[in-house]
Design a protein around this ligand. Structure first.
Ligand SMILES: [Zn+2]
Ligand SMILES: [Zn+2]
Ligand SMILES: [Zn+2]
Length: 241
């Protein structure tokens, strides 16, 4: 009986990068911050994002860019993982998928630019399709502040949180400030750099006295690989070709 083919294990490493690298048009894999949605189609609404146990809004934990090269409708494909971070519940993991064909009305047909985008807004609270996102969690925000009609929220809970943390003052001003306060709801944001298990296993050595040196060389070569493959441009070029 033939042995089953070994499954390739991929590991993700959280690395700090400039904020623009984690925006939707860069098709990032990342942990924390607001979800970098690809498009509006099939996006989860407030009902789908309520914790099944406690009912509170789930928090975005991470997303992995996982395109399916063989499928035209999933040339861009991203999986989003949400969790409940309200103690004592802290359960209710949920996964959503968001995908687009290569030719779509929101993003370039060609791989994204390696240069910072000129946009200066620190937080993007609107999808390219025009749909508004909740100021607190970055998910669809179909509810608006009844006084200014400019601030969007997924839920009463997040409106209340934003109100307490500054919207109470901003609401009466003519235009809404785009500096969103820290609501202490999002997880810290990092890029996820993905490597296969083989890439990071240190080489086996024969001579005992070499062990210590090779141990540190193993680490070095791992970080060298991280620099080489962790650069999104290279990863994208490979995926897109
Ligand atoms: Zn919960
Ligand atoms: Zn929200
Ligand atoms: Zn308002």
């Amino acid at each position: 009986m033939a042995a089953a083919p070994a499954r390739r294990v991929e590991l993700g490493f959280a690395e700090p990068v400039p904020a623009w690298r984690l925006r939707s048009e860069q098709f990032p894999s990342k942990v924390g911050g607001r979800p970098a949605w690809l498009g509006e189609a099939a996006l989860p609404g407030p009902a789908a994002l309520g914790c099944a146990r406690c009912g509170r809004p789930l928090a975005f934990l991470l997303q992995v860019y996982a395109p399916l090269p063989g499928r035209a409708d999933a040339f861009h494909r991203c999986l989003f993982l949400f969790c409940c971070r309200e103690p004592p519940c802290c359960a209710g993991l949920r996964v959503f998928r968001n995908q687009l064909p290569r030719k779509n009305e929101f993003y370039s047909y060609e791989p994204p630019s390696e240069n910072p985008s000129p946009e200066t807004e620190s937080v993007c609270l609107q999808l390219r399709s025009g749909a508004h996102l909740c100021r607190v969690c970055g998910c669809l925000g179909p509810k608006t502040c009844s006084r200014c009609h400019q601030a969007h929220y997924c839920s009463k809970e997040h409106q209340t949180l934003d109100w307490r943390l500054g919207h109470k003052q901003a609401c009466t001003q003519d235009h809404l400030d785009h500096t969103v306060p820290d609501h202490n709801f999002l997880f810290p944001e990092f890029e996820i750099v993905i490597e296969t298990e083989e890439e990071i296993v240190p080489e086996v050595v024969e001579k005992e006295e070499d062990f210590e040196i090779t141990g540190s060389m193993g680490k070095e070569s791992a970080s060298a690989l991280m620099i080489k493959y962790g650069r999104k441009g290279l990863v994208h070029q490979e995926k897109w070709s």
